[in-house]
Design a protein around this ligand. Structure first.
Ligand code: SIN
Length: 294
């Protein structure tokens, strides 16, 4: 297939891993035009290999971000419908900036470890986050390698865990996680009921098993006494998010970060509120998590 070269430099894409297994920079691709088949195959391979990939120095409009995001699949419109572009509700704004006293985006969201929309029957596949304004320090987005977490457990433990199912519930700790936000209405609570998923999921493209747990979203393990269930969930998240399994993305304006929610957890981190932070975000619709064959 002919390569699209309209506004591209004639460079080939290259990959610079940020660590051994998690996070890699893809260089040499201008995403203002949707990538051709060859470049997209390169991007997808990099995502499947490293779980999180990033592109520096991009200049994207919300429309161009949505167009590139659609290469990964159908875009979701988030169930919380505020802070989206009215003409493009698939693109959501995260920001601490206020205009006439009103926030232009979601402020201080996602500061707990999570996998996007894990509390839905079909959690998000891939998320894309594009930096517009970034503080000079702090505000990293951190990612945890859930393949490595599962692989790091003793075999007997892995066998036990792969038979378990966990309940993901957006409403479980919502008010504790977001004390500044109004409580969810009965309608909002009813819209997102708890959902059961395997505790270990198999990535459909790589065939690799990954732990699928986050302590502030998983309310309990099915059929396990409450105290034991809570202890297990907390222990697994702590194990999965050990510093050696983390990639911390340090943002620059023009960065586009793409992560695979099927094998990673992520969280936002604090920053000095004197700095402006604005990002655009899209989310690709996923599939029901696949359990390991017993
Ligand atoms: C999120 O997508 O959960 C937030 C990430 C961030 O703001 O760094």
């Amino acid at each position: 297939m002919a390569r699209q070269t309209a506004s591209r430099t004639a460079s080939f894409p290259s990959l610079r891993p940020a660590g051994e297994n998690l996070g890699a920079e893809v260089a040499g691709i201008d995403l203002s035009l949707p990538p051709d088949q060859q470049d997209f195959a390169f991007i997808l391979q990099a995502l499947h290999r490293y779980g999180v990939i990033f592109f520096r120095g991009q200049q994207l409009t919300p429309e161009q971000l949505a167009a590139f995001s659609r290469c990964f699949g159908e875009l979701d419109i988030h169930h919380m419908t505020e802070h989206v572009f009215p003409h493009l509700p698939q693109v959501r704004v995260l920001s601490n900036v206020k205009k006439d006293g009103v926030s232009i985006g979601i402020t201080r969201g996602g500061m707990h470890w999570h996998s996007d929309l894990s509390y839905k029957p079909q959690p998000a596949l891939v998320t894309l986050l594009y930096g517009i304004e970034c503080p000079p320090t702090g505000a990293d987005t951190q990612f945890a390698d859930m393949y490595a977490a599962f692989a790091g457990l003793p075999e007997a433990r892995r066998r036990k865990l792969q038979a378990l199912r966990a309940v993901h519930d957006r409403n479980f700790r919502y008010s504790a996680l977001y004390p500044g936000r109004p409580p969810l209405t009965a309608e909002q609570v009813a819209k997102v009921p708890p959902v059961e998923h395997p505790l270990v999921r198999v990535h459909p493209a790589t065939g690799r098993p990954a732990l699928f747990v986050a302590k502030d979203v998983v309310s309990h393990i099915v059929g396990m006494p409450e105290a034991e269930s809570r202890a297990l969930i907390d222990e697994l998240e702590a194990f999965a998010t050990r510093p050696d399994r983390i990639y911390s993305h340090k943002w620059r304006p023009g960065d586009l970060v793409v992560w695979d929610n099927r094998c990673t957890l992520h969280r936002a981190t604090p920053y000095d509120p004197q700095y402006r932070r604005t990002l655009y975000r899209t989310q690709v619709r996923g599939e029901a998590p696949i359990a390991m064959a017993s």
